[in-house]
Design a protein. Structure first.
Ligand code: ADP
Ligand code: ZN
Length: 209
């Protein structure tokens, strides 16, 4: 099954995608992670895209699509959970020409929840696991429960950059919702209660697909 998880920055896309990966046994492909990996590897492409990523801006469509295509050449025979792509109508068109998607999950999350969540988010440098300084603390401060890696705050999780990411989301990414609604691929989830655990939201998504 080929699933797209769509939603604003901070809507929990990454968290749910990795839950679904474990439940469904299919790979989780995150273009945000692919971008950070490219930057970490210090390639020419990495230093080019770092400018966009640090400022909370989108990497140009052709560049991100090439990065995604490279990943899609690997193991996708059982399908995948794609997260962070498409983020523009142009990318949705490009994806359609690469492969056929079965379902798109749209996460509806209010702005105030997003700002609150992202400004307290921390992530593992080694394995990418996500924590939160308020709601999902690691057992030992600054250390990943899963792999012992160092936890850090992303450069684009600063308040002014968060607002910029939300602005770009509304302008460029949100129109993708209608694109998939028209094609009857869209399933909606509302995720506005911080007290509902990720596992429960994960169950709701599983019920939808
Ligand atoms: P977010 O938490 O904002 O959803 P991601 O981790 O998905 O962030 O992405 C981080 C950054 O990587 C984005 O701000 C952007 O610069 C770049 N990026 C990731 N996916 C895309 C995409 N589909 N199109 C353009 N840029 C992307
Ligand atoms: Zn880790």
């Amino acid at each position: 099954m080929k699933i797209v998880i769509f939603g604003p920055p901070g809507s929990g896309k990454g968290t749910y995608a990795s839950l679904l990966k474990n439940r469904l046994g299919i790979p989780h492909i995150s273009t945000g992670d692919l971008v950070r990996e490219e930057i970490r590897n210090g390639t020419d492409l990495g230093s080019e895209i770092k400018k966009y990523s640090d400022a909370g801006q989108l990497v140009p469509d052709e560049v991100i699509t090439e990065i995604l295509k490279k990943r899609l050449l690997l193991d996708i025979s059982k399908g995948f959970i794609l997260e962070g792509y498409p983020r523009s109508i142009e990318q949705a068109r490009q994806l359609e020409s690469i492969t056929k998607i079965d379902v798109v999950i749209n996460l509806n999350v209010p702005d105030r929840v997003i700002v609150e969540r992202l400004s307290t988010r921390i992530q593992c440098k080694s394995c990418g696991a996500i924590y939160n300084e308020r709601t999902l603390r690691p057992k030992t401060a600054g250390k990943c429960d899963r792999c012992g890696g160092e936890l850090f705050k992303r450069a684009d999780d600063q308040p002014d950059v968060i607002l910029e990411r939300l602005r770009i989301y509304k302008e460029t990414s949100a129109p993708v919702i209608d694109y998939y609604r028209t094609r009857k691929l869209l399933k909606e989830i509302t995720n506005d209660d911080p007290n509902v655990s990720p596992e429960i939201v994960g169950d709701r998504i599983l019920n939808l697909i």
